[in-house]
Write a protein that binds this ligand. Structure first.
Ligand code: UD1
Length: 421
């Protein structure tokens, strides 16, 4: 049995919140430490169960880790990397763990990795990662749920991604960093987490240009060195607190944020009559009740479009907004897992193919609901903050994968969320 939350509405949320380091930046950086064969210190590391699982995986391969959770510093001693086979026990826990395949291949010449687990939000294949590694010269086999990759040497190549996959861009950037010659990666992802990974790799001795644009050039190097790197703030965690301010008609100040990374979220909040101000300390998000929160259409897209990771959270906001919103999910094919649960809370939502038609109601009603995945769980938590009566939210483990103490941090802003173990 995992923990659950009891959420009692407690009025507008007010106060300051410090945003954690980004889950989606730290996980690829931890995989990339394997490329160096030396000690790397990663800073601003969020205290998440996904990070714990990634450490377990690195240790199972022979690397060492030391994590000072209080300080947010995680050291990886990657000289001990010796095993090329990753256990399902770890990889089944989080999809990002598949990212070790590129570094293992580059360091050891071979890697055997189970097909990944993680949030159940679609089929989430890894074909683009594998096409990229094959283009760099790897022999790839798929048998009994494992991918085996072998290469005596990796050689730079020109690679065009059919879709700008975040994970595939990261896998290829990492493997190509230790390949011979130049790799040109086209139609790649441009997310801020890609830029953060490129910054880590370049500081460790790689030669990557153009990260953050749709064409990245990687000149392979012979070896890399251990470094200290601080990961970027989590734009999705920031967006979650921004929606919490909007939903409760509160006033929250966010520190340790990069406003640029939040442009699509900020624009959508402003469109629905929520105030977002850039200030010296970060961002202030508030609703002053002069204009009601109104419906808006949303379409998820790769960055800099509206993030798919914010889709469920905005659906909670739109569920009680004035009017009808159409929310279209284009990145993942099965990412409306929160809809059934929101409807149990009284939301009026119809799914039509890849769109959800959300008819705003006056109020949601607290009941028993269950988190099916990370962002769906957080969306239900936020919806419960303003529902009528108590909500029992089961499946806290999903939320703990990607949020650092979300319950206690919401409580510090005035919420009433109790965790039951
Ligand atoms: C990353 C994020 C996740 C976010 C997503 C999109 C991490 C750890 N996770 O996931 O939070 O929601 O980006 O912003 O960074 N695809 C393929 N073949 C592949 C790879 C992907 O078809 O080889 C498809 C996926 O099924 C999906 C789409 O491409 O439909 C986007 O996936 P991708 O960008 O790779 O997301 P992840 O890296 O898994």
């Amino acid at each position: 049995m995992t923990d659950k939350f009891i959420i009692t509405p407690n009025g507008p949320l007010k106060g300051d919140v410090h945003i954690s380091g980004a889950k989606n930046a730290v996980l690829p950086v931890l995989a990339a430490t394997l490329l160096t064969g030396q000690d790397c210190v990663v800073q601003n590391v969020p205290d998440l169960s996904d990070v714990e699982a990634m450490c377990g995986l690195l240790e199972s391969l022979g690397a060492g880790t030391r994590w000072d959770r209080e300080a947010g510093n995680l050291t990886v001693f990657s000289s001990g990397l010796e095993r090329h086979e990753a256990a399902y026990e770890w990889v089944g826990k989080l999809r990002a763990s598949f990212l070790i395949i590129g570094p293992m291949l580059a360091r050891l010449g071979r890697a055997k990795v189970p097909l990944p687990g993680g949030c159940a939000i679609g089929s989430r294949p890894v074909d683009l990662h594998l096409k990229g590694l094959a283009a760099l010269g790897a022999d790839i086999e798929h048998a009994h749920g494992f991918i085996s990759a072998k290469a005596e040497k990796l050689t730079g190549a020109r690679i065009y991604l059919d879709f700008p996959s975040v994970g595939a861009t990261e896998s290829i950037m990492m493997a190509a960093s230790l390949a011979q010659g130049q790799t040109i990666l086209e139609n790649c992802a441009v997310e801020p987490e890609i830029v953060d990974l490129a910054n880590f790799l370049n500081a460790a001795g790689a030669d990557i240009r153009g990260a953050g644009t749709d064409t990245v050039k990687i000149n392979g190097t012979n070896g890399m060195r251990g470094i200290t790197h601080s990961v970027i703030p989590d734009r999705i965690e920031a967006g979650t607190f921004m929606v919490a301010a909007a939903l409760t008609r509160g006033d929250i100040r966010l520190t340790n944020v990069m406003a640029d990374h939040l442009k699509p979220v900020t624009a959508k909040l402003k469109e629905v009559n929520v105030n977002v101000q850039e200030t010296d300390f970060g961002l202030r998000v508030f609703h002053d009740n002069t204009l009601e929160v109104i419906a808006a259409d949303i379409k998820t897209l790769p960055y800099p479009g509206f993030p798919t990771d914010m889709q469920a959270l905005f659906m909670s906001l739109m569920a009680t907004a004035a009017g009808t919103s159409i929310i279209t999910e284009t990145v993942f094919e099965n990412r409306f897992m929160q809809v059934g649960e929101l409807k149990r809370m009284g939301a009026e939502i119809k799914i039509e193919s890849r769109s959800a038609v959300v008819e705003g109601v006056r109020k949601l009603a607290g009941t028993q609901v269950c988190a099916s995945d990370l962002r769906a769980g957080a969306a239900l938590m936020l919806a419960a903050l303003t529902a009528d009566g108590k909500t029992e939210l089961n499946g806290a483990n999903h939320i703990d994968r990607g949020y650092c103490n979300l319950d206690t941090r919401l409580n510090q802003l005035g919420a009433d969320v109790r965790r039951i173990s």
